[in-house]
Ligand binder design. Structure first.
Ligand SMILES: Cc1cc2nc3c(=O)[nH]c(=O)nc-3n(C[C@H](O)[C@H](O)[C@H](O)COP(=O)(O)OP(=O)(O)OC[C@H]3O[C@@H](n4cnc5c(N)ncnc54)[C@H](O)[C@@H]3O)c2cc1C
Length: 371
């Protein structure tokens, strides 16, 4: 019998395996995936600095050592306002074929047993605790009897790759006013390629007559250089606004399987690593794994998730969003605060509120100038 069986060997599953082995050296960990590694995963490949902190906690920060740091962030609002800044800590853009395989390799090197298997029932796994890290369309959530996420809280995005030479790599995000929230991106690797993509909410995609083709068409409209993109592939993003409550007991959910994707940015790698780390530790700790993990997750992310939900509701109004981009345009401190909320576990800080307030006042003054 294994101490822990992890279903899914993406970032959440690999982090869970690494964390269990770190918390209780010598424990027996089974890491199961339906795919052979290296395997592709449709993703923007943007790895936030906060994810690097998690990798360091798991003792595997070296998986990003050979990558080019990308500091520049360029945001374009639906009304065309542009904000450019060099963020405080760089992002990395590493294709998931490489990133995930490196993490799995590290977990195996530390003692996890890797098995190729498509899990259909929890009885297949002879383990004390099971961690469902099987992604957006995995089976564990359903096997636990939890409902599917409400479609209003699920996005869908396509990504592809282009050749892109630049000596000044950046992460470009262009928001789309039609069917907002929706945006296109170009994430430069700094090594002659870029990851390009476009995502929108699932119900809005269903409403377009072009179906999935609309994703690629809008990508090319907003990022023309994406016209020749290769390896186009789409996937769901279950947003935190639709996350299920973790039940007590021996089955834990981490990463996308727990709907841990930031509703403002679509970033999920950081949450996957963080939740995987917490789930792995709870699985081999004392007491009920489900309640210990639920508490740990709440302590680490509870307030942040409440703030991102509030901000997602606010920025559903394009006027507020445009004011937000204007607010961070000339105020680096506000941009840094926004990055913390969108990519890490930041809160809506007084700096952010003041910047938004100042912008709102300016916009009122513009519309109703003093006679
Ligand atoms: C187009 C797109 C762009 C994105 N861009 C970014 C970005 O730039 N930055 C970012 O941080 N996040 C991004 N995300 C989100 C990010 O990709 C996910 O949040 C992240 O992959 C979650 O990791 P995970 O380990 O939970 O799940 P996954 O990476 O999906 O891994 C799940 C694993 O489970 C396996 N599996 C599934 N079912 C079974 C089964 N029944 N039995 C055995 N194995 C199973 C799968 O084979 C897979 O390997 C993007 C998502 C999309 C769709």
């Amino acid at each position: 019998m294994y101490d822990v069986a992890v279903i899914g060997a993406g970032p959440a599953g690999a982090a869970a395996a690494l964390s269990a082995l770190r918390t209780k050296p010598g424990c027996r960990v089974l890491l199961v995936d339906k795919a052979d590694f290296p395997r592709d995963k449709s993703c923007g490949d943007g790895i936030a600095p906060h994810a690097l902190d998690e990798l360091a906690r798991l003792g595997v920060a070296d998986v990003l050592l050979d990558q080019t740091p990308v500091r520049r962030l360029r945001l374009v609002s639906p009304r065309g306002t542009e904000a450019v800044a060099d963020v405080q800590r760089p992002n990395y853009v590493l294709p998931r074929t490489v990133f995930d395989a490196r993490l799995v390799q590290a977990a195996v090197a530390r003692g996890a047993e890797l098995r190729r298997q498509t899990v259909r029932s929890l009885d297949e796994l002879d383990a004390r605790v099971v961690i469902g890290a099987d992604g957006a369309n995995g089976v564990t959530r359903r096997l636990l009897g939890l409902p599917k996420p409400d479609e209003q809280t699920v996005a869908v995005a396509v990504r592809g790759y282009i050749a892109w030479e630049t000596s000044d790599p950046e992460q470009l995000i262009i928001m789309d006013g039609r069917d907002w929230p929706a945006y296109a991106w170009r994430f430069d690797t700094g090594r002659g390629t870029a990851n390009v993509g476009f995502g929108m909410l699932l119900p809005n995609l269903r409403a377009t007559p072009r179906g999935k083709d609309a994703l690629h068409e809008r990508l090319v409209e907003l990022v023309p250089e994406a016209a020749g993109a290769e390896r186009l592939r789409s996937h769901h993003l279950p947003l935190t606004t639709g996350r299920p409550a973790q039940p007590d007991g021996r089955v834990l959910l981490a990463g996308d399987a727990a709907s841990l994707v930031n509703p403002l940015t679509g970033e999920g790698i950081y949450y996957a690593l963080l939740s995987g780390r917490l789930a792995g530790a709870a699985a081999v700790g004392d007491g009920d794994p489900g309640s210990a993990y639920r508490l740990a997750l709440h302590q680490e992310l509870g307030r942040h998730l409440a703030h991102t939900t509030a901000l997602a509701r606010l920025t559903a109004h394009q006027r507020v969003l445009d004011a937000g981009v204007r607010a961070v345009r000339d105020r680096p401190e506000a941009m840094y605060a926004l990055v913390e909320v969108g990519l890490g576990r930041g809160l809506i800080t007084p700096t952010l509120v003041r910047a938004l307030g100042a912008e709102a006042a300016r916009s009122v003054a513009r519309r109703w100038p003093h006679p």
